[in-house]
Design a binder for this molecule. Structure first.
Ligand SMILES: Cc1ncc(COP(=O)(O)O)c(C=O)c1O
Length: 441
């Protein structure tokens, strides 16, 4: 493609950029204009290797022809049709394809447009289910410190990242949190799942003692991503599952990041050997080519909610774009690629190399911890005195200037390349990051 034909913005004023330092960016813009395979290209045509799959989402790599063509074909056939009291075949087909992939028993699929909508939808379904089965006192939702479940009021309240909450007042009532599982003293530089911290799941028993039978659901990420990659201690999720079962509490896995091959299996549930009652997803579902999220639930949850309702609408929830035809087309094409190219298998095969490469940064200056699982890694840097996040942000900017896209959250570098990554890409990502960490004090 002729680089001159790429769009060049000439006015940066109007776009209020999300989760951004708008003032810095508009003085020092970093633009991406094209993407293909493992790389982005700036409007000037400079290549930037993608170490983050966009934002944990382009698992099959960028610009996949199969997905583009499916979207184009569907746009020409039918741009939009509602799914309130109407249907279109492609939405049903997409749901069936998702249900084939989710763990056995999680066979009902509700479509949303994002991870945030999926989180709020999952919480609402949990509340509706508890009410439908005669447990209307179960109104309490339990999250975990440092959890990220998007930016809707439900996900933000159940989420446990202080910075995401402090501007917005009181949050949802009846929410409590488990402790996070980050334990640098005992688990620093663990490869894969840490050994210590299984007992932190027992804090759910304490919350049951405190709140009695008023807890509807617990929501956690199988591997916490946005907070800076926290891998669950061995046996921790199993213990949460047991406690939920003992007390009639639903277990929700937020698989927005961990779904679709990211940790070397279709879902985190499969890799970690624990099946939740409800699972959220988004991002990799469509390779991010069209926004789409989904919530998978057990048949029991669906049947209970639907059958407890008088004739008519059973769940008063949904989005104009639930099951949007273009998103459904993108999802079907993406899930096809996922199977044909065995993206989870590729991630699993690359994992040992990825693990060794990321842990090679251990001796770099100021590296406090490195953690990895599947094709995810978190590299935690010592913060600068009185300036949390500044060091990692400088590392991010230098990597970008040197041609590699990384992601930072606080002083933690979070890496998650597309699952089509090859060893030379891994070497370049880690080499560029190493140079940046060495260059920036
Ligand atoms: C686990 C998890 N849940 C929810 C979300 C929110 O997704 P979205 O930004 O699509 O609303 C994210 C985004 O990173 C996430 O990592």
């Amino acid at each position: 493609m002729n680089e001159m034909s790429l769009p060049r913005p000439n006015n940066l004023d109007s776009f209020w950029m999300p989760y951004s330092d708008n003032r810095y960016f508009k003085q020092n813009p970093r633009m991406l204009a094209r993407a293909e395979g493992m790389s982005y290209y700036t409007p000037e045509g400079r290549e930037v290797l993608d170490g983050t799959a966009g934002l944990w989402c382009c698992n099959a790599g960028h610009g996949r022809r199969e997905i583009t063509e499916a979207i184009q074909k569907q746009a020409a056939l039918m741009d939009f049709a509602p799914t309130f009291q109407l249907g279109h075949p492609i939405a049903f087909e997409a749901a069936a394809r998702v249900a084939e992939m989710t763990p056995a028993g999680l066979d009902k699929v509700f479509f949303t447009n994002s991870g945030s909508e999926s989180a709020d939808t999952a919480l609402k379904i949990a509340l509706a289910y508890q009410r439908a089965r005669g447990q209307s006192q179960r109104v309490r939702l339990i999250g975990r410190e440092r959890g990220y479940h998007g930016v809707g009021f439900g996900g933000m309240s159940v989420g446990g990242i202080g910075g995401n909450r402090k501007q917005f007042g009181a949050m949802l009532p009846y929410v409590d949190h488990l402790p996070h599982t980050h334990d640098l003293k005992r688990n620093a530089f663990t490869k894969g799942q840490p050994e210590h911290g299984t007992e932190l799941a027992d804090r759910l028993e304490d919350l049951v003692t405190l709140h009695g039978d008023t807890i509807a659901a617990v929501m956690v990420e199988p591997v916490a991503g946005s907070t800076g990659v926290l891998v669950p201690p061995t046996g921790y999720l199993q213990r949460l599952r047991e406690i939920c079962d003992r007390h009639g509490i639903l277990l929700i896995f937020d698989e927005v990041i961990t779904g679709f091959g990211r940790i070397g299996a279709d879902f985190g549930a499969e890799r970690l050997g624990v099946t939740p009652d409800i699972m959220t997803m988004a991002k990799g579902l469509t390779n991010a080519a069209v926004p789409m999220g989904a919530v998978a639930t057990s048949n029991e949850i669906f049947d209970t909610v639907v059958n407890s309702s008088p004739a008519g609408i059973e769940l008063f929830h949904g989005y104009t774009y639930s099951g949007h035809p273009l998103a459904a087309a993108a999802a079907i094409a993406t899930l096809g690629l996922h199977r044909e190219e065995d993206l989870p298998g590729r991630a699993r095969a690359m994992e040992p190399y990825w693990e060794e490469a990321t842990h090679s940064l251990r001796s770099a200056p100021g590296v406090m911890d490195i953690r990895n699982f599947g094709l995810i890694a978190g590299i935690e840097l010592t913060p600068r005195e009185g300036k949390p996040g500044a060091r990692a942000m400088d590392v991010f900017r230098k990597c970008f200037d040197d041609g590699v896209l990384i992601r930072v959250t606080g002083d933690i570098v979070a890496l998650s390349p597309p699952l089509i990554v090859e060893k030379p890409h891994v070497d370049r990502i880690i080499g560029t990051l190493s140079d940046a960490i060495h260059a920036i004090a």
